[in-house]
Design a protein around this ligand. Structure first.
Ligand code: SDX
Length: 430
């Protein structure tokens, strides 16, 4: 990673050599760790558009080329040929499992899907109309109070058990959060079902009748999980890393990641996108919304468009679009008016210089909501499904950071523009 090249920084009579670090993929990195000590200056980069906060071997993104690799494997190959639990193994351990390793991993995950029975009471403390994300943040944080035997982050085995518990239990938590808000009884996981089928059954089964999972919908669900599994140092992953740097337990760190993902600029965009498409309604209203998105005085943005990193296309959106067509065709709703509006909106935006010049293209959230709605999920469940999927990415990055001997607490500095020192004045003198 480090080589002999340096960048020379010259200012105020100072000359500072900054080592240049070479990646296996992507841009070079200027190592500024000694800059403050040597130059008595900070760098300034709100939003971290030009800042590498860590090194990692998990996921690589090339925003210009629309490349997304997990441990070197392209996302379209993983989405087409692998399945979510195998991708979980890959993200966690760095290599694709052989048959025995995969069977052991899937058996372990399957046997961790149940929640401590007392946790059911925790759900019942929420109002019935609580947003499922509010429930997930609360319940995942509360796991710290139920699984004490996997909170010692210095113990590799406890770190692994916590990772398995989180991956295994997130579908149960998300499904129960949904069931609670619609007043239906919780459905327990079944060990004879695969990961995606288990989730669909826990969401849509009722005690009054048998529920049969459609294998094509299960495959589409599994693919959505895979497409959202990890994504380099996005806002919620960076939140998990920062929380973990203080030594917080894994459940608290993942709860922090869920809270960050909830925002409409991040994981909340899939819900916001579908609500936007419904508000637009018919294709004839698309020009009005395109104009609003371009209007600097209007805070409206096209939800599901744009990305901090992808500046040509989001490779996940490409796969998701194919999946949308398959699922809607299967469900006999290929004439879904929302999908029709989405496709017309995509074409209109891509043809508009404002969007092409600003490199604003459909992202992963643009089509996922259409699939999820067609599968029967309410919009309030879109981000919980994103959180479920991203748990493996968060916990893999959490694990990688804890295994890094150079890890230290994250503590950014600032450009202070406030008052300089001044004396306190008594109230009668103000
Ligand atoms: C995810 O980081 C990740 O990897 C995230 C994610 C993951 O897997 O973890 O990929 C998941 O969060 C996908 C993004 C989902 N969010 C949305 O779809 C919400 C709508 N998108 C925007 O909020 C925005 O595009 C962001 C937040 C995604 C990216 O914002 P940036 O990179 O900070 O860009 P910016 O806000 O500086 O915008 C650049 C310009 C601005 O115009 P100018 O001030 O330069 O004139 O583009 C405009 C913005 O006004 N712009 C948009 C727009 N997004 C940016 N204009 C209209 N509609 C939009 N969607």
């Amino acid at each position: 990673m480090a080589d002999t090249r340096t960048a020379k920084l010259t200012f105020d009579g100072k000359e500072i050599d900054l080592p240049i670090l070479s990646p296996s993929e992507g841009p070079d990195v200027l190592d500024i760790r000694k800059l403050y000590a040597q130059g008595d200056v900070f760098t300034y980069d709100p939003g971290f558009t030009s800042t590498a906060a860590c090194d990692s071997t998990i996921t690589f993104i090339d925003g210009e080329e629309g490349v997304l690799l997990h441990r070197g494997y392209p996302i379209d190959q993983l989405a087409g040929q692998s399945h979510y639990l195998e991708v979980c193994y890959l993200l966690l351990y760095g290599t694709l499992p052989n048959a025995a390793e995969l069977e052991e991993f899937e058996t372990t995950i399957t046997h961790h899907t149940m929640l401590h029975e007392q946790m059911g009471n925790f759900f019942r403390g929420f109002r019935r109309d609580a947003h499922p994300m509010a429930v997930m943040v609360g319940v995942v944080g509360a796991m710290s109070a139920f699984y004490h035997d996997s909170t010692d982050i210095s113990d590799p085995r406890q770190r692994e058990i916590a990772s398995h518990r989180l991956i295994a239990k997130m579908p149960t938590i998300a499904a129960w959060a949904y069931k609670y808000t619609i007043g239906q009884p919780f459905v327990y996981p079944r060990n004879d079902l695969d990961y995606a089928s288990n989730f669909l059954r826990m969401c849509f089964a009722v005690p009054a009748e048998e529920y049969h999972v459609d294998p094509i919908l299960a495959r589409a669900m599994d693919r959505i999980f895979t497409l959202h599994a990890d994504h380099e140092q996005n806002a919620s992953t960076s939140t998990v890393r920062l929380a973990s740097s203080s030594g917080a337990n894994p459940f608290a760190c993942i709860a922090a990641g869920i809270a960050c993902l909830w925002g409409p600029a991040h994981g909340g965009a899939n819900q916001a996108c579908l609500e936007m498409l419904k508000e637009i309604g018919t294709p004839d209203r698309i020009p009005e919304y395109i104009a609003r998105a371009k209007d600097k005085n209007d805070p409206f943005r096209l939800m599901g468009f744009g990305h901090r990193v992808y500046k040509n296309f989001d490779p996940r959106a490409t796969v998701m679009k194919q999946s949308a067509d398959e699922v809607l065709d299967l469900l006999g709703v290929e004439n879904n008016p929302i999908l029709a509006t989405a496709k017309e909106l995509e074409q209109a935006a891509l043809a508009d210089p404002y969007f092409s010049e600003k490199k604003l293209f459909p992202n992963v959230d643009f089509y996922s909501g259409i699939i999820l709605e067609a599968m029967g999920f309410p919009t309030s469940m879109f981000t919980p499904i994103f959180a479920l999927s991203r748990t493996v990415g968060w916990i893999s990055q959490w694990k990688e950071q804890l295994e890094d001997p150079q890890m230290k607490i994250g503590r950014p500095r600032q450009l202070y523009l406030g008052e300089t020192a001044r004396d306190y004045t008594e109230i009668e003198d103000r």
